[in-house]
Design a protein around this ligand. Structure first.
Ligand SMILES: Nc1nc2c(ncn2[C@@H]2O[C@H](COP(=O)(O)OP(=O)(O)OP(=O)(O)O)[C@@H](O)[C@H]2O)c(=O)[nH]1
Ligand SMILES: O=C([O-])CC(=O)C(=O)O
Ligand SMILES: [Mn+2]
Length: 647
């Protein structure tokens, strides 16, 4: 147990300093006196956590290159990562096969009152939109797992910022973790280190500590006397738990090293805690990409798009448009924080600093921009390795002759056998390396947003694109989103699941209140100009089960129509009961061999069933908290459908 003798000395004249030391082993050690230089609120958090977890060392991260090299050395020595000599400064981590994705069933929002945290379903129906735990049970869960969980090891203190340090939209956090892999990944995904500590030191906590910085405690869960799950990837899959306390701005994650569970700035902070802060402060924290699109006339606009995990955000954010004269630039690929500014214009920032993207399916033909981004300074997790020191995954370009492959679990692989890369294998790569990163991606005031897109994997019935009639209908469209399950979470099979706003696993508070919050944006101030809302579906299939739409770079044709709609170009709209679809003349399908009618058809029998099913879902799940405006939208859709001739 470290002692804190030095804590309490007068630190008013000191700045936090980097102070590395090497102990007899290879564990980096920071002298505890440096902990005493931390701002008081942070010092309390570190001290309390040290008392609980009992690490042998506490190390405060400064975010420097030297520190990163030292941690990479440590990870190589421990064999948590292996080098990829084919590329520059790239590494591969192979996780424990039981720790490969987010665990939604063990993710909880913990509040005083249940109804603040999750929707309260009707009768005995099971809640589908998040799990609640009482604060008392959360405390017991923590006590059962964290006591002594870092004995003999190092606790790293990572001060991080979600959003550019000079942005008024940004929020600070501090993650404590016992994983060097997490430190190196957090350094790619967020802005970390001394600068953050300095900003944190300068902030006033308003007397109560809440809203000052988010406290995030993480352990992979390797108690000194616990079972060893995996030699190079300590974790505790049987007891994994991820807790969020929005009332205290706290996150506690145990048992998993996998990104979505362990890089706490991402889903835990930027979405779950973030959405709940956003509600209090009057803005939106969403699971969305942000891109800038310039049309051949040189007019640039920004759009955001919410698709569920592994449904195409990274691909769209890095799109290479096939239509001549179009240009797409990337601001972010996963998370957006946005608010209406003083002039009533919606503005968005990407709170992240890197991309944690799905590897399989990424290739020169599907996402050349990602291919030009990821082969330097990247940590890959659970992809396959080639005998020439590179990586491989399903859907990547052809293997060079003579090259052999080791699969994601470290076994020799032959084509046609089990997947070489895990379907949820990922690259973790700095955003600034993206060749089409937008010039304003770190702009402190964010970029102006002109359209919001929702979408999912819908094999049947759902047109390539349709536009909502107005804001309220747009909120209904977001609420009614569904998508085929993917490998990004622990779900089995290809079941079509409800995933409202692509946020099902990420709501930080009651979904009924969330809907009300979205609806309220329209009247947040008298001058608010709400953007147009669209729904897209790249994944409609024909009778043979083949995708009807080529997708990827061709998706710019959908953007082209969306831009025409934003410009209110005449002759672009065709009314249907579910929304506005393109007229044939206004949709640029030149040079493509696609079934236009099939892609845009709105089968009334399908939609009548769909509308009923969505209504049932919303009434059952949200019950008394379902806003009147959404009930009206449900009724309006039914009457539009009943007035429409059946096909
Ligand atoms: N058919 C088709 N597949 C696509 C398209 N865009 C993306 N995909 C595939 O969808 C999978 C996931 O795409 P991503 O862009 O990584 O998804 P994401 O939404 O960023 O996922 P998360 O990082 O989990 O939030 C990949 O296998 C892609 O190849 C498209 O337009 N058409
Ligand atoms: O959270 C993760 O593990 C990765 C991700 O972006 C998602 O699943 O949406
Ligand atoms: Mn995501």
């Amino acid at each position: 147990m470290p002692d804190f003798d030095s804590i309490g000395e007068d630190i008013s004249h000191c700045r936090p300093k980097v102070h590395l030391q090497w102990a007899s082993g290879s564990q980096p050690v920071r002298k505890l006196s440096v902990v005493s230089l931390l701002p008081q609120k942070l010092k309390d958090f570190v001290e309390d956590s040290v008392r609980l977890c009992r690490p042998s060392n506490v190390y405060v991260c400064d975010g420097s290159e030297a520190e990163n090299s030292m941690l990479i050395e440590l990870l190589l020595e421990n064999r948590t990562i292996v080098p990829l000599p084919k590329y520059q400064n790239c590494f591969l981590a192979r996780s424990c096969p039981r720790d490969v994705a987010r665990v939604e069933s063990r993710t909880f929002i913990c509040t005083t009152n249940r109804r603040d945290a999750v929707n309260v379903p009707r009768g005995s129906a099971k809640g589908m939109l998040g799990n609640w735990m009482s604060l008392e049970d959360a405390d017991s869960a923590v006590a059962e797992r964290f006591l002594g969980c870092m004995v003999g090891r190092t606790m790293y203190v990572i001060p991080f910022s979600m959003g550019p340090l000079d942005s008024p939209y940004s929020k600070l956090g501090v993650q404590l973790t016992d994983s060097a892999y997490v430190v190196c990944s957090m350094r790619i995904m967020t802005r970390i280190g001394t600068k953050v500590l300095e900003k944190l030191d300068s902030l006033d906590d308003g007397g109560n500590g809440v809203g000052y910085f988010v406290k995030a405690l993480h352990s992979v869960g390797r108690p000194a006397d616990g079972p060893v799950q995996h030699p190079h990837w300590p974790c505790d899959p049987d007891r994994t738990i991820i807790l969020h306390k929005p009332e205290m701005n706290e996150i506690i994650s145990y048992g998993s090293g996998y990104g979505g569970n362990s890089l706490l700035g991402k889903k835990c902070f930027a979405l779950r805690i973030g959405s709940s802060i956003a509600r209090r402060e009057g803005w939106l924290a969403e699971h969305m990409l942000i891109l800038g699109v310039t049309n051949p006339k040189g007019r640039k606009r920004y759009v955001v798009a919410a698709f569920p995990s592994a449904c195409g955000k990274t691909n769209m954010a890095m799109m290479q448009p096939t239509l001549p004269g179009y240009k797409v630039e990337c601001v972010g690929d996963d998370i957006v924080w946005m608010r209406f500014d003083r002039n009533g214009q919606l503005r968005a920032i990407n709170p992240e600093f890197g991309f944690f993207g799905v590897a399989p399916g990424t290739s020169r033909s599907t996402n050349p921009v990602a291919m030009d981004t990821v082969f330097k300074n990247t940590i890959f997790t659970n992809v396959a390795q080639t005998s020439d020191g590179g990586v491989y995954w399903e859907g990547m370009d052809k293997l060079e002759p003579g090259v052999t492959v080791t699969d994601w679990q470290g076994n020799p692989w032959t084509p046609g056998s089990t997947p070489a890369a895990h379907p949820n294998s990922r690259f973790c790569t700095p955003a600034e390396q993206c060749p089409i990163i937008d010039a304003d991606w770190q702009s402190p005031e964010g970029v102006p947003i002109d359209a919001i897109l929702f979408g999912g994997r819908r094999p049947a019935g759902v047109p390539l694109v349709y536009e909502a009639f107005d804001w309220k209908h747009g909120v209904y469209v977001g609420a009614s989103m569904k998508s085929e399950a993917t490998a990004a979470a622990e779900h089995k099979g290809k079941e079509i699941m409800h995933d409202p706003f692509a946020m099902r696993p990420f709501f930080g508070y009651n979904f009924g209140h969330y809907l009300q919050h979205w609806l309220s944006m329209e009247t947040a101030s008298p001058n608010v100009k709400v953007p147009k809302v669209f729904h897209v579906n790249w994944f409609r299939k024909d009778d043979q089960g083949k995708f009807m739409w080529p997708g990827y770079g061709e998706n710019c044709r959908v953007l082209d129509w969306i831009l025409r709609r934003i410009d209110n170009e005449p002759g672009t709209a065709q009314q249907t009961p579910i929304g506005i679809v393109p007229t044939r003349e206004s949709f640029d399908a030149r040079g493509l061999d696609v079934d236009f009618d099939g892609l845009f058809s709105v089968p009334i029998d399908f939609w009548t069933e769909e509308a009923k099913e969505v209504a049932h879902f919303l009434y059952e799940q949200v019950d008394e908290d379902l806003p009147k405006d959404i009930q009206d939208q449900i009724n309006n859709l039914f009457s539009r459908l009943s007035l429409y001739p059946r096909n």
